[in-house]
Design a protein around this ligand. Sequence first.
Ligand code: ADP
Ligand code: MG
Length: 355
Amino acid sequence: GRSVHQIQSGQVIVDLCSVVKELVENSLDAGATSIDVRFKNNGLDSIEVQDNGHGISPENYETIALKHYTSKLSTYDDLTSLTTFGFRGEALSSLCALSKFHIVTARADSAPKGTRLDFEVSGKLKGTSVVASQKGTTVVVENLFYNLPVRRKELEKNIKREYGKVLGILHAYACISTGVRFAVSNQAVKGKKLTVFSTKSNPTTKENIANVYGAKTLLALVPLELQFELQPTRGSTQSLRNWSTQDDLAGRQAAISGHISRPVVGEGRQTPDRQMFFVNSRPCGLPQVAKAFNEVYKSYNTTQSPFIFANLKLDTNAYDVNVSPDKRTILLHDQNALLESLKEALTKLFEEHEQ
Ligand code: ADP
Ligand code: MG
């Protein structure tokens, strides 16, 4: 039978997207300024994330992939002021349970000598060996879900769509991460390794966008800088049951910054993948916010799907990150207040750009 560990691990690593998201966030948490993501066969055969971050200390080799091990959170209070992406210590342990998994890591003081770490399915360290490695960490995930036939089949069936979603997520990390070089490649089963996209270590998000989507994209963009007070709305409080931090956000400041394309009346290209949303620079899916943006665009009688790069700056107690184990869902308190204020501010911004 399947172990409890495998079943629980299914929560943080649910698909290809969560693998890539967790590994890239670990690299960013490790202070990486260079991240290479390499897929083989769209990720079905392997996913490899290599960074030049601080590496893993030898005293952590034994614990790194054990469930709930994290080096990132020292006190409970830290939970309210998270500065790192990770804090649950579930990603590596899940990957041990769900894939053929190993790590190569080197700290500054040991490079060019590094250590390869192999793990049991349980996350227990199985063995180490000395290998050549620059400073940093490479995590290799092969044959994701090899031991869960139904999940594996599902993944194989949907791989084109999954891989497309993964690239969307990588675009978002690459665009928001100033000062970090990204390179993403994919190798077909019998093909050459192809670069999918890459960014330089740019000082601005604008340059990142140019690297990812092409310099021409910038011509259509206007700066998005909105500041607004959240309006009180009736019945807007979400069904938050147990969140002790819940309070009325009306009257508080919120801000959105980024880049968006001007509404263009008439026919346009359909490129829905060019919409990225962030909360305090954390890439995340915000379907309601996306809907609000697209609604304002629609009122301009356009069929074009706009370019949106929108970073919401909110009080950390204005939302909850850890409502879902994969941290992809962010729960905005008093979301309706935010959406109303946002639509109003956006309409105003477009009016200014029409003149
Ligand atoms: P979390 O990120 O929540 O701490 P993970 O399971 O993702 O949990 O990672 C466990 C630990 O492994 C991290 O706390 C960190 O100490 C270490 N780690 C993982 N990836 C890297 C990396 N790329 N570079 C350095 N350390 C890493
Ligand atoms: Mg992590």
